[in-house]
Design a protein around this ligand. Sequence first.
Ligand SMILES: Cc1cc2nc3c(=O)[nH]c(=O)nc-3n(C[C@H](O)[C@H](O)[C@H](O)COP(=O)(O)O)c2cc1C
Ligand code: SF4
Length: 428
Amino acid sequence: MNRIQQLITANFDRYDGKDIEAYIRLGGFTAIKKAVEQGSDYVIDELKLAGIKGRGGAAYPTWKKWDAGRRRVAEQKFVICNADEGEPGTFKDREILKKDPYKVIEGMMISAYIFGAKKGFVYIREEYWDIQKTFKKAIEKANEAGYLGEGILGTDFDFTLEVFSGAGAYVCGEGSSLIESMEGHAGRPRIKSPRIGEKGYLGYPTLVNNVETLAGVTRILEMGASEYARYGTEKSKGTKVISVSGNVNRPGVYEVPFGVSLREIVYDVAGGVENDRPVKFLQLGGISGPLVPGSALDTKYAYETLDEKGFTVGSGSVVVVDDNNRIIDYLVSVSDFFYHESCGKCTPCREGKRQLTRLLKKFVDGTARLEDVNAIEKVANTMKHASFCGLGQTAPTAILSALKYFMPELWQLVEEGVHENVAEGEWK
Ligand SMILES: Cc1cc2nc3c(=O)[nH]c(=O)nc-3n(C[C@H](O)[C@H](O)[C@H](O)COP(=O)(O)O)c2cc1C
Ligand code: SF4
């Protein structure tokens, strides 16, 4: 099996992201033409056959979301491309937006056509101003060429697109918080139901999709679902765009077929570990994902095989950590991130993050005791089960993984701290 496949990323470095003519020469806009000619049932069937699931992290089948959405009758509907990508370790959406913006625009056109929306937004955070610039230019060119605007492709399909500049908060990547922020409110999640598919932006049905999902839809229609489904495994068809970082020789964005092993990703795709150190662990699916110990490197990268072991594809990031790093330092940095990003709306997350950060820092300064390990487990589980949104529910994932796989290392820190304090005659 080839470890790298370029289906979704096929156009990378083959055209300047603003050159619409070059995109057309590479086969651009054939997917939307197919969608318009064959109709929405055809598109839904193709997506079902291709088995594509939401690449924003939740992995919900795209065909199901679109099929339910297109049946909703409303005065207005909106489509949004979620390009917030604030998850540390994840940087593949930015690469797609920069290197093949028209594939995402085309995916939005298809989603709008199926869903029945006339207006779409690409939500890009302000820090990614250079990508906003590229994307605005691409939209301008698509307008000039008649691919956006009124009567697209000689039909009655009207669709306009604009960039919305997000202020840059991790929680605003969550669909309902994203919409709250677009409406000018504080970026905090809404209660469900109603779901945003029923009542989203300005109270109208809204379809939110990830950048890679939209680019993937375009590619699937372009090449045909049965061809796309030849890649990957039975239950995880096709490919995944991943961002690999940490202690590897060749960090970067790669597209791999589902079914490669984690070992192949680290050694063959990303060039192996720096200075040939052993892998201590990986963190998969962003900072909210689980830790995978080095002993599990032969696990196949596919939804079903990762799920079986409690791991996840999530946002598609793979952070590689070698044995020069202490688990506690890694956990403190994860915890600091969530402490900073918690929106404060619900108590388990707001207070839980504060307590977890405080407790973890005791392991660093040598004052942690047995009861602190128990307290960490209790707080982490409370957050996981009682937090209002996905941020708080997944914030303790890395900590819970560490308790499972790296307990001896944490115990050692407790013991060293006790000895040090006894030697100094000041028992804390
Ligand atoms: C805290 C949090 C942050 C998220 N950030 C992102 C993000 O940056 N990009 C994204 O596409 N989805 C993000 N999601 C998932 C979205 O809520 C949503 O599931 C996704 O955009 C739907 O698109 P998809 O079906 O194409 O994956 C986030 C979810 C949570 C809970
Ligand atoms: S879980 Fe955290 S981010 Fe989500 S609503 Fe509660 S405080 Fe806000």
